[in-house]
Design a protein around this ligand. Structure first.
Ligand SMILES: Cc1ncc(C[n+]2csc(CCOP(=O)(O)OP(=O)(O)O)c2C)c(N)n1
Length: 283
């Protein structure tokens, strides 16, 4: 399939040069590579610049409330686990207000690909600090410099039992396509944290800043089965690894859930289910 297959004629509201454009393009290319039909993909987003991504894709989509990408995506997956479910969130949405959902989706190993557009700032609300903003960063909310330490999403993922932990960069399109393909193919929860420069509000973490620091983990001898090696990689600060840090096989939540493990919920014949006792109980 071609990536044009997912094109929708909708005017973009992202700023010129925004790191969201390559993420959108990579997602389309990955869906095309995997020959996923438009009607079999669902892209769920939250609130933020990143949250607009379903508007620009010819798949099913749902833009929910702030921080609630994963509850909605989980609901979609458990209702019809034949679908390819992709969650897209900003760092504020995914690691701040929605952070608790992330931990539990990872430990449950729900089969969702979660792309976090990590621009290290609140983009849509025009530049307040997020949970991944660097220490001392001056912003509208921190005119004297950020006094909060940023969280480390990849080490949280490893500690929470995630089975696919990875990082991409908006400035490396082919690499990102490959990562999304692998994330979608992975059976279980896949976290793809993407360094996504915000050209309007993050003056520090620019394309050039990342270019000087990133390196491709898969071009080193890194062993993706080694949890301790992965943990060590998350602690690197001057050089920033991109690629797959960790990947293991574990049963997915939907493959274990008795009610749906043989057949997805939407395919089950529920015409003979008697809900009257339940309604009575709720009276
Ligand atoms: C419950 C709630 N709190 C706050 C807001 C205001 N708000 C809208 S977007 C946003 C942050 C966006 O930052 P991020 O999630 O990093 O996404 P980006 O815009 O950078 O892609 C906030 C705080 C909201 N819409 N809903």
């Amino acid at each position: 399939m071609k990536s044009e297959n997912y094109f929708i004629n909708h005017k973009s509201q992202w700023c010129p040069g925004c790191g969201n454009f390559p993420i959108l393009s990579a997602l389309k290319k990955a869906l095309a590579k995997l020959n996923i039909k438009n009607e079999n993909a669902v892209v769920v987003s939250g609130i933020g610049c990143s949250g607009k991504i379903p508007h620009y894709l010819k798949t099913y989509g749902f833009e929910g409330v702030h921080g609630r990408v994963l509850p909605v995506a989980t609901g979609v997956k458990l209702s019809n686990n034949d679908l390819t479910v992709i969650g897209c969130a900003g760092d504020g949405d995914g690691y701040g207000i929605g952070g608790n959902h992330l931990i539990h989706a990872m430990r449950r190993n729900i089969d969702i690909t979660y792309i976090v557009h990590n621009n290290q700032i609140y983009g849509l609300t025009t530049g307040q600090v997020s949970p991944t903003t660097s220490l001392n960063f001056k912003s509208k909310t921190t005119p004297f410099g950020n006094i909060e330490n940023p969280l480390n999403p990849l080490s949280i993922a490893l500690s929470s039992g995630a089975t696919f932990v990875s990082r991409g960069f908006s400035g490396r399109l082919d690499h990102l396509v490959n990562l999304i393909v692998k994330g979608i193919k992975h059976k279980g929860f896949s976290l793809i944290d993407v360094f996504q420069p915000c050209v309007s509000f993050n003056y520090l973490n620019t394309y050039d800043w990342f270019e000087k620091r990133i390196y491709d983990l898969q071009k080193t001898k890194h062993n993706t089965n080694d949890l301790f090696a992965a943990h060590k990689k998350t602690l690197e600060e001057n050089k920033l690894p991109i690629g797959i840090l960790y990947q293991i096989k574990k049963p997915t939540y939907d493959s274990l859930l008795p009610q749906i493990k043989k057949q997805s919920l939407v395919k089950q014949n529920i015409s003979k289910v008697n809900i009257n006792p339940l309604l009575k109980e709720l009276e």
